[in-house]
Structures are given as C-alpha cells and as structure tokens.
Ligand binder design. Sequence first.
Ligand code: MLT
Length: 284
Amino acid sequence: MNHSLHTATGDPDGAQGTVVFIHGFPFDGSMWSPQLSALPPGWRGIAPDLRGFGETEIRDLPGEVPTGKRIGNRIARGSEPVLTMACFARDIAQLIEEEAGGRAVVCGLSMGGYVALELWRRHPERVRGLILADTRSEADDDEGRENRLRMAQTVRGKGMEPVAAAMLPSLLAPSTMESESDLEDRVREMILRAPPRSVIAALAGMAARHDATTELSSIQLPTLVIAGEDDAITPPEGARRMADAIPDAELAIVPGAGHVSNLENPSAFNASLTAFLERLGPGS
Ligand code: MLT
C-alpha cells in the first residue's frame, strides 16, 4: 500500500481512536493541517492524499480503476481513468484496516463527504463515527453533470489556472476573500498542484456518484454534520436537512466560513470536532 499520508497527533498510539480525514476536490491531504495539529488528547489523525492527488499517483494503490468507456458519462474518454467514489472508498477502507486498527472516525469535506458516505455504504464495519463537512448526500442533477463536463473540457484545453480562478470565489466566503489573502493563495496553489488527468477522472467519478439521500435514515452511527455559514456550494440548509435525516446526528454551523470551513475558521471547526470526539470517548 502506498498512500501518501499526512499524519499527526496528540498521541501516536491513538488510545482514544483514530480520525481519518478525507479531502475535497481538487485538494489534497495537506488541507487538514489545522485539524491534525489540534486533535484532543489521545486521538490520532491521518489525512491521506486520495488516489491521483497530492503525492499519491492514480496507480500507486492496488485495485481496479474503471475507465471512461465503462462509466460512460463523456467526462473521461475511452481508456482514461475514472476515480469513482467507490474506488476512493475502497482505498480508505484498506487504509483504515492497515493503519487504524480496523475502525476509525471518518471526517470528509465535500467530495471527501461523498467518499465517507460511500465508505459507510460499502464498508460499514470500518466506520465508528461520521463527520460530514460542507457536503451533500444527493447525486448530481443534469445541470451539475453538464457543469462537470464543461470543467473537464476547460482543464483539457487550458489546464488548472482558469479552474482555480472560477472556483475560488464560490469556495471561500466573501469575508475570507477580503481578509485572508494568505488562505486564498494557499487554496489556489493547492488547486494548481492537482494533476489535470486526476481532476478529469474525479469529475467523471463525482458525476457518476450514488444518491445516498434515502439511506441517511439508516445511518446508525454518531454523526456530526458541519457547514460553513456562507457555503455557496453546499449551503447550510442542505446540511440541516442531512442532520435531520440521520438519527444520531448533530449540526454545527461554522461562522465566517464558506465551503472550506476547516481552513476558513479552524478554531470554530476544531471546537465542534473536539466536542464530538470527546463525546465519543475511547473505543475501537
Ligand atoms: C469539493 O469541494 O470537493 C467539491 O466542491 C465537490 C463537488 O464538486 O461536488
């Protein structure tokens, strides 16, 4: 197994448990540094670079990756890879087995939340609790899939610069854009680092993802749903609906934050994360 990992921790043994953090699109595991450095005592954190992102190449991990021909939504072509949520979920299940004693609390932001839900559906034995941040349970609608196709065409023709320019204003809250220029630069650099081939593959995978909305009521796990109060991509109303549908869920709204709430207001995000983990207590 060759997953590039950002790890950290208050406690290398993770006596209380391990949290696996799954990054959004088109980011990498480094986006979780403010959480990895602030976990409550006894908790270990692991933030992998998903297959195709950060330091993990698409072919670094075992297991089949489907192609555009098989998925057939026109976004990835012919023999080009498609990074499905199932494929990412399989990689994370393997990671939890190998690095986290078989079970972990799973925290996913946006695309990472899609992966977390898919992990719960396919590998429920690996999940001890769920944190769903700035994400949604619904699949893409037709308009959403067309937008992904257009983005893939832009990436093919012009690379990641125009994607970063188009995404940033909707990713970050207006207050972040005005005040935190360092963060804007950091997020831009992370987007520009994403390999175009992986970006197209993940766009095709997200466009093909399963709709988990009707399954939310069968999640029998402690769950924390988090949303930035100014998240324009997955707004707080959707987070509220998701939290209402999951039997043992609580909702935290992160003030002054948009879609990347863990980076935009790490202290509020971490306070909710810490309270949730402390309530969970030790376990496996
Ligand atoms: C993300 O932040 O992961 C993306 O906004 C997810 C998406 O494009 O649906």
